[in-house]
Design a protein around this ligand. Structure first.
Ligand code: 5GP
Length: 206
C-alpha cells in the first residue's frame, strides 16, 4: 500500500517546537473532511487533557519495543528521551478508505519515510526568527526557562534539516501560513512573494 501512493495521499509535517505546527495541522484537518491525522504511539506520559487513542497511544517501553520487533511502525524515533512511532496499520486503514493522512513527526522520522516511501508531500514549518520562537514558547507557558533554552537548541538542530523538505512554510502569520499550506496540499498554484524564505532560514541558522 505504501509502495504505490499517489502524490499527496501522505502529508508529512515537521517543525521545531513552538513554530505553530500543531495549530496549523488542527486547522487543516478541521477544514478538510478527507484529511486525517495519524495518531502515533509514544512512551511518554499523557499531559493534562490528552486522551489515549486521540492524541497518542500512550504505551510502555515494552509494548513499544514489541511493536518495533513486529515491524508495526512506518518510522520511529527517540525524541526528547521518549520513543514515538507511526503505526503502519492505522495509516493503511485510512488510505484504504480514501482518507489522506497527515503525519506530525520529527525530522528523524521524516528522513526514514523519505528514504522508503515515494510521492509524499513534505512540509517544514519555520518561525520568523529564534527570538519570536522564544517568545512563543514563553507565551505558551508549558515550559520552564531551562526547558525553553533546550528547545531552542533543538530547534536550531532541526532547522538544519529544513532544506531536505519539499516545502518550507514560514509561519509569520497564522492565516497566511494556513493559506499557503492549503494551496500546497490542494495543489493550487501559490507563490508567496512577501519574504525571502532562504534568507530567513539562513538567519535562523547563523
Ligand atoms: P510531543 O511529545 O510534544 O507531542 O511531541 C514531541 C515531538 O515528537 C514533536 O516534534 C512531534 O512531531 C514528534 N512526534 C510525534 N509523533 C511522532 C511519531 O510518530 N514519530 C516521530 N518520529 N516523531 C513524532
Amino acid at each position: 500500500m505504501l509502495n504505490d501512493l499517489k502524490k499527496g495521499e501522505l502529508i508529512v509535517f515537521a517543525a521545531p517546537s513552538g513554530a505553530g505546527k500543531s495549530s496549523l495541522i488542527k486547522e487543516i484537518i478541521s477544514n478538510n473532511e478527507n484529511i486525517e491525522l495519524s495518531v502515533s504511539a509514544t512512551t511518554r506520559s499523557p499531559r493534562e487533557g490528552e486522551i489515549h487513542g486521540k492524541d497518542y497511544f500512550f504505551i510502555s517501553d515494552n509494548e513499544f519495543n514489541n511493536l518495533k520487533t513486529k515491524e508495526a511502525f512506518i518510522e520511529n524515533a527517540s525524541v526528547h528521551g521518549y520513543q514515538y512511532g507511526t503505526l503502519k496499520s492505522l495509516v493503511e486503514e485510512k488510505l484504504n478508505n480514501n482518507i489522506r493522512v497527515v503525519l506530525d513527526i520529527d525530522v528523524q522520522g521524516y528522513n526514514q519515510i523519505a528514504a522508503s516511501v515515494e510521492n509524499i508531500i513534505s512540509i517544514f514549518i519555520i518561525p520568523p526568527s529564534l527570538d519570536e520562537l522564544r517568545k512563543r514558547l514563553l507565551l505558551r507557558g508549558l515550559d520552564t526557562e531551562d526547558v525553553i533554552e533546550k528547545r531552542l537548541i533543538n530547534a536550531k538542530n532541526e532547522l538544519k534539516y529544513a532544506k531536505s523538505f519539499e516545502n518550507i512554510v514560514l509561519n509569520d502569520d497564522f492565516n497566511r501560513a494556513l493559506e499557503e499550506i492549503s494551496s500546497i496540499i490542494l495543489s493550487k498554484d501559490y507563490e508567496y512573494n512577501g519574504t525571502d524564505i532562504q534568507n530567513i532560514l539562513k538567519n535562523l541558522l547563523d
